[in-house]
Design a protein around this ligand. Structure first.
Ligand code: SF4
Length: 389
C-alpha cells in the first residue's frame, strides 16, 4: 500500500484512498533519508538507494523521477506506476525588481494545493564571482532567500499585508524546504560554493507551525546541506515556541530574531495584538533561555512606523529592553514598507538615521535594512500572493 506524508506530521502513514487526491500521486520530496529508506524497502529496493534519491532530489534539484538516472530504469518506472512523484513545490510565477530581487509565487501540489511566496535577494558582485568559479551567468556573490512557513498568517500585525489573508493553513516540512530547493534550482546554486542565507520571515509565523518548521530545518541541514548558522527565524514573540527553540541542539537550530517593532507594551499591543497574550517581558524572559553559539547574537527586528514607533525616546526604551536580555544582541531597523489600505506612513530616511544613532549612543548595535523589491511587493510585510508585479 502506498504511503503519504500528511500535513503537520512529517510521519508516514498508510495511504487512505477514500481521501480526495490521495488516489493520485504521493511525494518523495519532504521525506528525510530514513523515511526514504523505508519507502524504498517497501518497494523492494535496498535502503542504500535512499542516498541516491537524497542526492538527486535535494542536492541536484531533480524534480522528475524519470530523470533520476542513478536509479535503474525499471525501478523508476515502477515508482511512477505506483503513484510516486518527486512532488517538489515549483515556481509558478516570478516577479523581478529593478534591484535584482525576485519574488516567486510557489505552487505546492497535493490534495490541499496552495500557493505561497518566497523572495530571492542577491547581493551583486560587479560581475566577479571572487570564488575562482568560471560561471559567467552568475552575477551575485551572496544571496538571501526569504521563506514562508504558513499560507497566510493568524498573528494579525496591523502593518503587514500577509495578515490580511488570515491563516489558510500550515505548510508541511516539504513545502517549506521545497521553496528553498526550487529557488536554489532556479539560480543553479551550488551549496558549499555559493553563500546563501535563509531567513524564515516570509508569510506566516514559524513558531505557530513549530514541528513542521523545525522538520524543514532538519531537511535543509541534513539532506540539502545548508548550514543552520546561515539561517535566521523570526518570531512575533510566541513564547512557548521560543521556549521550545531554546531546547533545540545548537548545531541544528537557526539564529533567532524577535520581531519587536515597538518600545513598550502599550504601543506594541496597538500594532501587534499578539502582545496582549505574550507581553514584551514574557518574550524577553523566554529569549534569555536561548544558549547562544560563540559570536552569535539575538536580532531584534524593528519596523519604524512614522509617528508611531520612530521617536528618539522610543529608541532609548528599545535600548533598555534589549539590555534586559543580557545577551549579545543587535537591532535591525526597517522603515515600514507601504501597502494598499494602510493608514501608516514611512518615516523619512533622516528619522531612521536618528533612531539608529540614538540606539548606538546607548551601546546597542543598530543597522538600517535597505528595502528590497518594494516595487514588486517583495519587501518585509508585503507578501500577500499579489499577482501583479
Ligand atoms: S508580520 Fe509576520 S507574524 Fe505579523 S502578521 Fe505578518 S507574517 Fe504574520
Amino acid at each position: 500500500m502506498l504511503r503519504v506524508v500528511p500535513e503537520n506530521s512529517g510521519q508516514l502513514v498508510p495511504l487512505d484512498p477514500t481521501v480526495p487526491g490521495n488516489e493520485s500521486r504521493v511525494s518523495l520530496f519532504g521525506l528525510d533519508a530514513a523515511a526514504l529508506a523505508g519507502v524504498l524497502k517497501e518497494e523492494g529496493e535496498p535502503s542504500w538507494r535512499a542516498d541516491q534519491v537524497v542526492e538527486a532530489v535535494y542536492r541536484q534539484y531533480i524534480s522528475e523521477i524519470s530523470s533520476i538516472t542513478t536509479l535503474p530504469l525499471t525501478f523508476r518506472q515502477k515508482l511512477v506506476a505506483r503513484g510516486w512523484q518527486v512532488g517538489r513545490p515549483e515556481i509558478a510565477k516570478a516577479f523581478k525588481s529593478a534591484d535584482g530581487t525576485e519574488r516567486y509565487l510557489i505552487h505546492c501540489p497535493g490534495p490541499k494545493a496552495e500557493s505561497v511566496e518566497a523572495v530571492w535577494m542577491p547581493e551583486g558582485d560587479d560581475g566577479e564571482a571572487g570564488d575562482g568559479s568560471t560561471d559567467e551567468a552568475k552575477d551575485w556573490r551572496r544571496a538571501t532567500i526569504c521563506v514562508s512557513s504558513q499560507v497566510g498568517c493568524a498573528v494579525n500585525c496591523q502593518f503587514c499585508l500577509t495578515a490580511k489573508l488570515g491563516l489558510q493553513r500550515n505548510l508541511t516540512p516539504g513545502e517549506i524546504a521545497g521553496q528553498v530547493v526550487s529557488v536554489l534550482d532556479r539560480h543553479a546554486v551550488r551549496v558549499g560554493r555559493d553563500r546563501v542565507n535563509l531567513v524564515f520571515m516570509g508569510m506566516g509565523e514559524p513558531f505557530l507551525n513549530y514541528d513542521n518548521f523545525m522538520a524543514a530545518v532538519r531537511l535543509l541541514v541534513h539532506e540539502v546541506g545548508l548550514s543552520p548558522q546561515r539561517m535566521t527565524v523570526s518570531t512575533s514573540g510566541i513564547v512557548p515556541g521560543i521556549e521550545r527553540f531554546a531546547e533545540e541542539p545548537s548545531d541544528l537550530r537557526p539564529k533567532l530574531a524577535i520581531s519587536l517593532n515597538a518600545p513598550n507594551d502599550e504601543v506594541r499591543a496597538g500594532i501587534m495584538p499578539i502582545n496582549r497574550k505574550w507581553p514584551i517581558s514574557s518574550v524577553i524572559d523566554a529569549v534569555r533561555r536561548v544558549r547562544l553559539r560563540p559570536r552569535e547574537r539575538i536580532t531584534f527586528e524593528y519596523v519604524l512606523l512614522g509617528g508611531v514607533t520612530d521617536r528618539p525616546e522610543h529608541a532609548r526604551e528599545v535600548a533598555r529592553l534589549v539590555r534586559r536580555t543580557g545577551l549579545p544582541a543587535k537591532v535591525n531597523l526597517i522603515a515600514w514598507n507601504p501597502g494598499p489600505d494602510f493608514h501608516y506612513s514611512t518615516p523619512k530616511p533622516e528619522t531612521a538615521e536618528q533612531f539608529q544613532k540614538a540606539l548606538t549612543a546607548e551601546g546597542i548595535p543598530a543597522y538600517i535594512r535597505q528595502p528590497r523589491g518594494r516595487d514588486i511587493f517583495a519587501a518585509c510585510g508585503q507578501l500577500k500572493r499579489t499577482v501583479e508585479a
